[in-house]
Design a binder for this molecule. Sequence first.
Ligand code: SAM
Length: 236
Amino acid sequence: MDYCCPHDIGAARLFSRMARWQRRRYEKHGFLESQRQLLEGLAQAGMTGAALLEIGCGVGYLHQHLLDQGAARATGIDLAEKMIGQARETARARGLADRTDYRVGDFNEIADSIEDADATILDKVLCCYPDVEALAKKSLAKTRRVYAYTLPRKRWWVRLGVEFMAAVLWGFRSPFRSYVHDPSVIETWVTAGGFEKRYENQTAVWLTQVYVRRSDRPRDRKLLGDLQRCGEATPR
Ligand SMILES: C[S@@+](CC[C@H](N)C(=O)[O-])C[C@H]1O[C@@H](n2cnc3c(N)ncnc32)[C@H](O)[C@@H]1O
């Protein structure tokens, strides 16, 4: 795999090392509190029959769970080859191989080759990327209906944790860093992209938000249905 920059090389190495551990952690303990919140918000937005795009999907358990719950298919993308290796393996083991498609790479670099999705999910990924504006805007452009993410809260204890991690990574000569991006700035890009917030929740560290495209209101869907029925009834 060719990576564009030292940050991506560092992220791919670090997260590939964590892939087996990530899978075992999920198999033993299940979803984290922040992921349960994310799933609650996604369920409220309605995932039945949806085509999912999960960016930074890790070992894939989040979208695989949504597929078990009624989503139609999923594309998982991750920088780390071994994360995608684990995701492919678990998809096969859960009988989901024909409804999943996996790609190794930096989403920002390969976005043009990725199909649009009904719902785009970024669980703890925006904080792993320096150019968060490009990542958010390119992923929004791929999203038909629901845009959902979890990212670190802008709090002093979170910053302290991130700085401590940076010192450890520096010690290991890793060029990877994580970031506490401003959630209110990200929110302005999402709302400018035509979405409105339908769900928000948080833990001590993580903020979870789920947005739905503004035109996707039940009232508008009914209006559209009525108009279509009218059109069908109109003689040609
Ligand atoms: C903190 S991990 C979270 C993994 C998974 N979402 C979870 O919560 O279990 C972040 C993941 O995002 C991936 N990642 C970061 N930036 C990415 C990008 N621009 N394109 C694709 N994957 C990315 C990393 O390789 C890593 O596996």
